[in-house]
Design a protein around this ligand. Structure first.
Ligand SMILES: [Mg+2]
Length: 241
């Protein structure tokens, strides 16, 4: 059985932009921090928890307290809820994502898990707005760790526990960001990119899809996708999540 581990923002839901806007809004509201996120590429972990930690270290020379983190997440989710009530089309499903998840999870040959660099509460909300239910799948989030590799490993472990299996024959990661590719390289997992194939090829990824409308084609890729090679280009994406 092949386990497919999906990132969420930009991979299952077209939510990178609204996610960033609401994260910045919550930073300003809760901590009075204004930033355009332009220096975030230098942060060690591009996850909601890692970004908050690195902002606190650089601005206040300390870590956020549990209370501060909780208040931030509540404000962030509130900001997402407001954004959805004003403009639900900022939370669109990536075409075909829900139907693909259904097909994979009903198949005896595949299992699905989700690994997001977002907080659990915000990820669940965004995915629900895009018509999918995170609770139907084993998942791990920024609540489980600061690094994407830790989060992906936790998601794989939870998928194994749910299936009562000690291991899958193959684990394929699916994501949209350069950090997703780095994680696949670090964990030596095959990877399928979601988005622009020129971007992915420059990052050493051979296999990518623009969306999930060609379900059979995507399922074929699950058997052939390979571990990303070295990045050749310098293209960057100013998205996160
Ligand atoms: Mg993403």
């Amino acid at each position: 059985m092949i386990l497919v581990v999906f990132d969420i923002d930009g991979t299952l839901a077209d939510t990178n932009l609204v996610d960033l806007d609401c994260y910045l809004n919550a930073l300003e509201k809760v901590f009075n921090i204004s930033t355009d996120a332009s220096d975030w590429e230098a942060f060690s972990d591009m996850t909601d928890s890692g970004i908050l930690r690195d902002i606190f270290l650089s601005r206040f020379n300390r870590l956020p307290s549990d209370e501060e983190r909780t208040r931030f997440i509540e404000t962030f989710v509130g900001s997402l809820e407001t954004a959805y009530s004003k403009a639900p089309d900022r939370f669109k499903e990536i075409l075909g994502a829900g139907a693909l998840l259904d097909e994979l999870s009903k198949s005896p040959d595949y299992a699905v898990a989700m690994a997001t660099g977002g907080w659990g509460a915000s990820a669940a909300f965004k995915l629900k707005c895009a018509g999918m239910d995170i609770n139907e799948y084993p998942f791990a989030s920024a609540n489980d760790g600061h690094t994407r590799a830790d989060i992906v490993n936790t998601a794989i472990q939870r998928a194994e526990e749910r299936r009562n299996e000690t291991g899958f024959s193959r684990v394929v990661l699916v994501g949209d960001g350069s950090w997703d590719i780095r994680t696949a390289r670090e964990l030596e997992k095959p990877f399928i990119g979601l988005g622009d194939d020129v971007f992915f090829r420059s990052e050493g990824v051979i296999h990518s899809v623009p969306d999930y409308m060609d379900r059979d084609g995507f399922i074929t890729l699950l058997g052939t996708a390979s571990i990303p090679g070295p990045a050749e280009g310098k293209s960057k994406r100013k998205t996160f999540g």
